[in-house]
Design a protein around this ligand. Structure first.
Ligand code: ADP
Length: 265
């Protein structure tokens, strides 16, 4: 807490009062600390692929380019690292747009059931022999006002994580439940799970339970942070529940009732 005092005087400069302003600087400091952490994280995330690329390019320059076995391998590494940086920068740009509320949402009325089924069909097409997808989805039509591309991105993110962290032969269950004034979508996996004290942190920018593993699987650590921004831009909520060693469920909601602006429909 910061307190500042000002003395109030009348025209004859006699003391007539004292104004005390007490402001809560903890919030300001928190924002500033988060900003610093974010910049430091971004720098770190970019430096890692860059230094890897530099070593491999140096090795190539020093003669590895002539080695028919090594050269393609080294080039592949630099290519993968480049791809990672592109993904990271794209994610950062999207977060920055959402921060400035210029997310460019294209909201339309659409049947969420059809959208979800369509997304799952696509996942099933992409050879997932080692994982089964179970659908608990109502057969009715449920209309919602959403940006379909953005909600597709949320489901893609959560599904990709569920697949990434699932064991061989694991099942992923996607459930859509209609509640009183909202739709609740949950995606449950039978993967390694997340320790209780870490569950809520997975929606933070750059937070990963296992940094090395996430990197190995090509993650940027921003997927769930972006998903959270998108869901909240739709006036929904997103959260997770998990049991270590048993699996994780990610839930998110979307309102069924349209929020009217200005009171006119
Ligand atoms: P990443 O690119 O690392 O996957 P995300 O923002 O998508 O970034 O997820 C953040 C972290 O949350 C992951 O690194 C992982 O540790 C954890 N996580 C997310 N989904 C799951 C899941 N289904 N099972 C276990 N851990 C998960």
């Amino acid at each position: 807490v910061k307190a500042s005092f000002s003395i109030v005087q009348d025209e004859e400069e006699t003391f007539t009062g004292l104004i005390t302003v007490i402001s809560d600087v903890t919030e300001q400091e928190k924002v500033e600390r988060e900003r610093r952490e974010f910049v430091s994280n971004v720098s770190h995330e970019l430096r890692t692929p860059l230094t890897t690329m530099r070593s491999y390019l140096e090795a190539l320059t020093d003669g590895a380019w002539e080695d028919k076995n090594l050269a393609p391998q080294f080039l592949e590494v630099t290519q993968n690292e480049t791809e990672r940086m592109i993904r990271l920068v794209n994610d950062l740009l999207q977060l920055s747009k959402m921060d400035h509320k210029e997310s460019g949402m294209n909201v339309v009325q659409i049947d969420i059931i059809q959208l979800v089924n369509h997304i799952l069909d696509r996942f099933e097409m992409n050879k997932l022999e080692h994982i089964g997808i179970r659908r608990k989805i109502p057969r009715e039509e449920i209309l919602v006002w959403i940006d379909p591309d953005k909600i597709t991105q949320v489901i893609d993110n959560i599904m990709s994580n569920a697949i990434k962290y699932s064991p061989e032969g694991g099942k992923i269950t996607l459930q859509v439940a209609k509640e009183r004034n909202r739709i609740k979508i949950s995606i449950q996996d039978q993967g390694l799970g997340i320790a209780r004290e870490k569950v809520d942190k997975i929606f933070d920018r750059f937070y990963r339970v296992d940094k090395a593993r996430s990197r190995e699987l090509g993650g940027t650590g921003l997927g769930l942070a972006i998903s959270k921004e998108i869901v909240e831009a739709h006036h929904g909520h997103i959260w997770a529940s998990s049991i270590e060693g048993q699996g994780t469920t990610i839930y998110f909601t979307l309102p069924l009732v349209v929020r009217k602006r200005g009171g006119r429909s």
